[in-house]
Design a protein around this ligand. Sequence first.
Ligand SMILES: [Zn+2]
Length: 441
Amino acid sequence: MSRIYNFIRYLYFVLGTKGLIGLFLRMGMLVRRFDLSGNKMKKAILEIEQIGKKYKYESALITPAVILKRHRNFLRHLSDETLEFAIHGYEHRDFKPLSLDEQTVQIKKAQDLYKELGVPAYGFRAPYLSLNSYTTEAVRKNNFLWESHEAMIWNGFSNYSLSKFRHFMANAIHQLYNPFDAQKNIGIPRLQDGVVCIPVTLPDDEILIDRLGIKDLNRIENIWTEILKKIIHRGDIFVLQLHPERFAICRKAMEGLLKKASSPKQNIWVTGMREVAEWWKEKSQFKLTFQNVSRKKYQVHCKCTDRATVLCRNFCSETSQAPFYRDYHLIEEREFYIKSENLKPCIGVHPRCSKTLRNFLEDEGFPYEVSDLNSKCSIFLEEYETFARKDEMTLLSRIEENPNPIVRYWLWPNETRSAFVTTHDLDCLTLTDFLLKAFEK
Ligand SMILES: [Zn+2]
């Protein structure tokens, strides 16, 4: 009886918000994607898991604690397979209006339920990507390894009606997710108070299919492939978001992306969210030290793990160097010499520069030295008393235009150029879940 009651409540809700035609369209869409048994969604989840096995990585299944509890018999054993579970709220509820305490309590409650059900979870994504300035702190207070709700949105796709996309970008998307414009911002993980914040790449399946109404499935694959190319060019991370309820529609596009990303020619790290976060923490411990051994020579010592990728630019070294990315070359050795006229091959940062600048240099793998002497290092930064996301691309260009030698760690391990992961927000499994979600239950 309660299922029927919930269904009637939902009908009234949609009728009130979307009108009669909206109600019929919504009903058609719902019945195509969900059923009362959850079999359609279970099939999609099992297929996502199988694709992970095929391409040797763990997809992230990000689900509210109440959904895990409701379907524990089906979901619980999957956490032993090639799927990583992550928390998506206690129930699927908007985090934006919540205070720090309210968010901490919500996340803790969800974490306790996951623990009770015996499902390990290292990551968190806010429902609706609805973070506010307290979210990372609430995540940190609950000791998560990673979070992923900061959105990077791409646009400007060829062969696509741009006006529709621009219109969409200008309106709904900014109210919904507050994303960064991926054209102008760097999309890499960030270590923030011990939590690795991994951005999610948009447009996802929901924007392309439900909001923009794209019906041609090849177009979806083409759009995602264009994004992949741009991300490889920059060395960023592609965090695909594909809801299991649209998996049947987007399966071909996701497999197409995985095929491209896995090709040895592309040299992309196809991996899982937990692996990315663990790598980012590992990388944060790496050090580079420089010793002036003669007037024209520096000895460089790398304190890092075996899978670190060490790069250099603008110097003549006696060691082997292979071109890697732009004019960066790869160095295999962990101790080597650099010819340099009295300049340490690192970045000098004036003490008055913002902490945000230093955090960014650390995330990017650049060694820096805080000093007010501007003549010691290959490049000296002094004007960044404030430093924001919008300044990052300009700073990287400035470093790349500098003619002096620079050594750094690359963003990704084992000499890979960029990274690719797939994440799947499982908001509902059955039609009943969907109705309950509409009432934040
Ligand atoms: Zn969700």
